[in-house]
Design a protein around this ligand. Structure first.
Ligand SMILES: Nc1ncnc2c1ncn2[C@@H]1O[C@H](COP(=O)(O)OP(=O)(O)OP(=O)(O)O)[C@@H](O)[C@H]1O
Length: 579
């Protein structure tokens, strides 16, 4: 119920359009009902007049019939137009509403999302919410209006007929939908959950198809995918069966009403208390009224799945942002020192802190290398710098003010970052580069690519910068992808450059050349270099050695190289377990 009310509240800005759509829908259906009733009356009256040899004015009823037909057609058209306008306006608000709430959650609060889950939220769940008005709310409200008007008219002719209509309309319009809801609620909710599960399995299956070929010859993953698909098909078949049963039920209710109206009206026609032409009019009127009832079972059937989608969406957007932005953010200074003051951080649910008591100042022009074994907290420091995570305990400051005083996105504009798992888009090399600097000139692009050691590769491609690199850079090698990511990082003119393992996957020669170029390109900027590899560290101002989240040693290169040599005789293998 809470979810339904919240969904209705989301629709409130479009309430005017939606009310108009409901009114037009009711008007079009009522015009249809009136058309049927008048036609029934007219044909019978003409037949009776003909049989009696009397003459009658057929201009007026014919004019009514034309008018009702016109109103029905124009009404339906206008109802579709206004209904879809209302839905489109709702959609136009709903998607940004979702994105605005989703963006601050990324990446920290979305880590537990399964691959493909977000896609399901965006596609299946949001789509279901979009149609909540057209498929559920509008038919239900229009049916109430149409049936109330129909009952009023029928009651004016015959109370018993009105009671019959009330009973069968309640059966067909409420009893049957409730039964459909009861029979199909679990399946409808399962369809929502199973579509999500199927998407997750499918995305995993496609992403990991090479690993599955190697490690899953028994095709267990494929079997799970098939089982999920079969489950979904079974539920959808069940819902289709129930929908068919409901359609037949509404038809039965309509025909039964027709028969009962005839049974009640026939004696009255015979005793002269009801004009002969009025009986077919009433019979066709009640029959046509069931047009308003027909969509209700499906609306009730759709309801649980729609509410399940609403619940999934609300559960996601209600997650607290890991690092909320301030209400009145300060402008971020163009340059400044990034200071970690006794900073610590523990991942939710983790037994031990990933970062503990870190003091560090990354001032303009300063170069700091962070080294340490795998899992020692190096990347977590970068996550703190980027405000993807908030330090607790301790604090971070930039330009003299706590980082919490700034909007996180604005602060990130001062940084250029090569993440450990840098994302390459399914796009061309040029498009991937321009994400960092949309205005970059061809000369700047070329310079960044040359520094990252990827220029000759790009030039060797038949399509050059227009080469399409595939999903996650699947069409280029790991080392090429790393260098492309680095070129993108160097293209952005930010005062702070944070590089997490920039030369991972490069051979020793290329590594040295690339690092020299990086050091040259970032000469006037602040550089934080996270690395396992002891290459060109002599060019750093400070080297920090981390272990288990703590800084265990720090100092200028000459001193630290000796220290590292003691800590780790094979310095190039700092990532090993023994470090
Ligand atoms: N998103 C996360 N959720 C929970 N724990 C995490 C998460 N990311 C990292 N950790 C844990 O935090 C600790 C520090 O990880 P971090 O990635 O900062 O280490 P690292 O020094 O960068 O390692 P590597 O050199 O292997 O990249 C590790 O124990 C790791 O398992």
């Amino acid at each position: 119920m809470k979810d339904a009310l919240r969904l209705l509240a989301l629709m409130r800005p479009q309430a005017g359009w939606m009310a108009l759509a409901v009114l037009l829908s009711a008007l079009a259906t009522l015009a249809h009902v009136a058309l049927m009733a008048t036609s029934g009356w007219f044909i019978t009256a003409m037949a009776l007049a003909g049989a009696a040899g009397a003459s009658m004015n057929y201009f007026t009823p014919a004019a009514y019939i034309r008018a009702f037909a016109l109103v029905r057609t124009v009404g339906r058209y206008a109802e579709r137009l206004v209904g879809h306008e209302a839905t489109l306006k709702f959609v136009a608000n709903l998607r940004p509403w979702f994105f605005v709430r989703l963006t601050p959650l990324a990446p920290a609060a979305l880590e537990d999302q399964r691959s493909g889950d977000l896609l399901t939220h965006l596609k299946g769940d949001i789509d279901r919410l979009e149609f909540a008005f057209l498929r559920i709310l509008s038919p239900a409200l229009a049916a109430v209006l149409v049936l109330a008007a129909g009952l009023f008219v029928v009651a004016a002719y015959d109370g018993a007929m009105a009671l019959v209509l009330l009973g069968t309309a309640l059966l067909g319009g409420l009893g049957l939908p409730l039964l459909v809801h009861r029979l199909g609620a679990a399946a409808s909710r399962r369809v929502t959950a199973r579509s999500a599960d199927l998407n997750v399995l499918l995305v995993d299956h496609l992403d990991g198809r090479a690993e599955l070929d190697i490690y899953d010859p028994g095709r267990r993953h494929r079997a799970a995918l098939d089982a999920a698909s079969d489950g979904l098909i079974a539920d959808e078949s069940r819902l289709a069966g129930i929908a068919g049963f409901a359609g037949a039920g509404v038809g039965l209710a309509a025909q039964t009403t027709l028969l009962l109206v005839l049974a009640i009206g026939a004696p009255r026609v015979l005793d002269g208390s009801l004009p002969g032409a009025d009986l077919p009019m009433l019979a066709l009127l009640v029959l046509a009224l069931f047009d308003a009832v027909a969509p209700l079972p499906l609306a009730f059937q759709t309801l649980p799945g729609t509410l399940a989608s609403a619940r999934r969406i609300f559960a996601l957007v209600d997650r607290p942002a890991p690092v909320p932005d301030p209400a009145a953010p300060k402008p971020v200074p163009a340059e400044g020192a990034l200071v970690f003051a006794h900073a610590g951080f523990t991942y939710p649910g983790a037994a031990a802190p990933a970062v503990e008591h870190v003091d560090l100042t990354l001032a303009p022009g300063r170069r700091i290398a962070i080294i340490g074994p795998s899992g020692s907290g190096k990347s977590s420091l970068i996550a703190l710098a980027l405000r993807f995570r908030a330090a607790e305990p301790g604090a971070l400051a930039y330009g003299g003010a706590p980082v919490e005083a700034y909007e996180a996105d604005a602060l990130r504009q001062r940084m250029s970052v090569l993440a450990q798992q840098d994302h390459l888009f399914s796009a061309t090399i040029r498009e991937n580069l321009l994400i960092a600097a949309p205005q970059a000139s061809p000369a700047e692009i070329e310079a960044a690519c040359a520094r990252a050691g990827i220029l000759s590769f790009i030039k060797a491609q038949p399509d050059g910068l227009e080469t399409f690199i595939g999903a996650h850079g699947a069409k280029i090698s790991g080392g090429e992808a790393r260098r492309l990511g680095l070129a993108r990082t160097l293209l952005k003119e930010a005062p702070m450059v944070l590089l997490d393992e920039p030369t991972e996957g490069l051979d020793a020669d290329t590594e040295r050349r690339v690092l020299d170029a990086v050091l040259e390109a970032t000469r006037a900027r602040a550089l934080l270099l996270v690395t396992h590899r002891m290459v060109r560290l002599e060019a750093m101002d400070e080297i920090i050695l981390m272990e288990a989240g703590r800084i265990v040693a720090r100092g200028p290169p000459a001193e630290m190289m000796r220290h590292v040599a003691v800590v780790e005789p094979e310095a190039d293998r700092l990532g090993g377990e023994s470090a």
